[in-house]
Design a protein around this ligand. Structure first.
Ligand SMILES: [Zn+2]
Length: 330
């Protein structure tokens, strides 16, 4: 049986959970192992499999500062309950499961953001996490949990690699039509995190947004006393491969799109700006950093009949889907 969140909570109460998790990864990749339909594909009509251990393990940092060792696939179910609507197409759910598994294992092997191989429950840092009980209390259904569990089970053990190494499997909500180059957002280039088309996201809540600022709000955000009418503030704008703002001149100074996004709280770096009735109006496209897999784009592809392997190949070009074997925790 997998350990559920309740099990972990019980273990915490009993003082059984390790104060910290040290993972010794005697890991190897089954290179070239094809994601053969007969081994990984599970149809929507098949009944949910009984819970079973994946053989992989995760060190989860809980909000109270303690850590817990979880079975990978049990953890991934809770990640997906937080990160992707259960109503999304089953192939999109499978793609998400592989991306989240890859992200988690990459953190385990390299140390990740917390340096010790653990992952936390903050979606702004590592990945979101919602245990099944909380999911149901928030209006989720058992059917949704079962759909997500099937996607996790169907892809159990499979991860994405590039050149034999686990990739940085970043993902986000929606792109607004095109994903972004990693180098444009983080300054580091990854050959598999390049801008690609991402059509069919119009149903996403944040495919486009309008944010209106007063002149004083812009002055305050920039920490400058901009002078003259606001129509004269905005100068040259340079764009990225992913149609994001690379830099925008405001009041004679150039600001990066990533800085403006963070400072102004914009949904993404893909934006235009205009002055209307003396107010500053930002029109944005997409939501999130827009690097890697678009969740709404993946769902649109699933609707069109794409398999999860194709979805992953589209958003992470040049990568391989392989089985991660012999991952041991000691
Ligand atoms: Zn974290």
């Amino acid at each position: 049986m997998k350990r559920t969140f309740q099990d972990i909570w019980t273990a915490l109460l009993m003082g059984l959970v390790l104060p910290g998790c040290v993972m010794n990864a005697a890991a190897s990749l089954s290179r070239g192992a094809p994601p053969a339909e007969e081994t990984v594909a599970v149809t929507e009509t098949q009944a949910a499999k009984p819970e079973r251990a994946s053989g992989l393990s995760v060190c989860l940092r809980l909000p109270d500062g303690t850590s817990a060792q979880l079975d990978m696939d049990a953890y991934l179910v809770s990640v997906m309950l937080a990160e992707m609507p259960a109503s999304f197409g089953s192939e999109a759910l499978k793609a998400q499961a592989v991306a989240a598994r890859t992200y988690t294992l990459k953190a385990s092997v390299t140390g990740g953001k917390h340096a010790d191989g653990s992952v936390c429950t903050d979606p702004g840092c590592c990945q979101g996490y919602l245990d099944q009980e909380s999911y149901l209390k928030k209006g989720g259904t058992q059917e949704g949990i079962d759909r997500i569990r099937r996607a996790v089970d169907a892809t159990s053990g499979y991860v994405l690699t590039y050149g034999g190494e686990l990739i940085e499997a970043t993902y986000f909500s929606c792109s607004g039509g095109r994903t972004e180059d990693a180098v444009a957002v983080w300054g580091t280039d990854f050959p598999y995190l390049r801008s690609v088309e991402s059509p069919g996201e119009e149903q996403a809540a944040h495919d486009s947004d309008t944010l209106i600022f007063t002149q004083d709000q812009i002055r305050e955000a920039l920490g400058r006393d901009l002078e003259g009418p606001p129509q004269t503030w905005f100068g040259e704008t340079l764009y990225t491969e992913g149609d994001g703002v690379a830099s925008m001149v405001i009041g004679g100074e150039a600001y990066t799109g990533t800085w403006l996004r963070e400072t102004l709280g914009l949904p993404s770096t893909a934006f235009t700006v205009e002055v209307r009735m003396e107010q500053i109006v930002f029109q944005t496209r997409g939501y999130g950093h827009r690097v890697g897999m678009s969740q709404y784009g993946a769902d649109a592809m699933a609707d069109k009949g794409w398999q999860y392997e194709q979805i992953l190949s589209h958003y992470y070009p040049g990568t391989e889907l392989v089985l991660w074997e012999s991952f041991a925790v000691q």
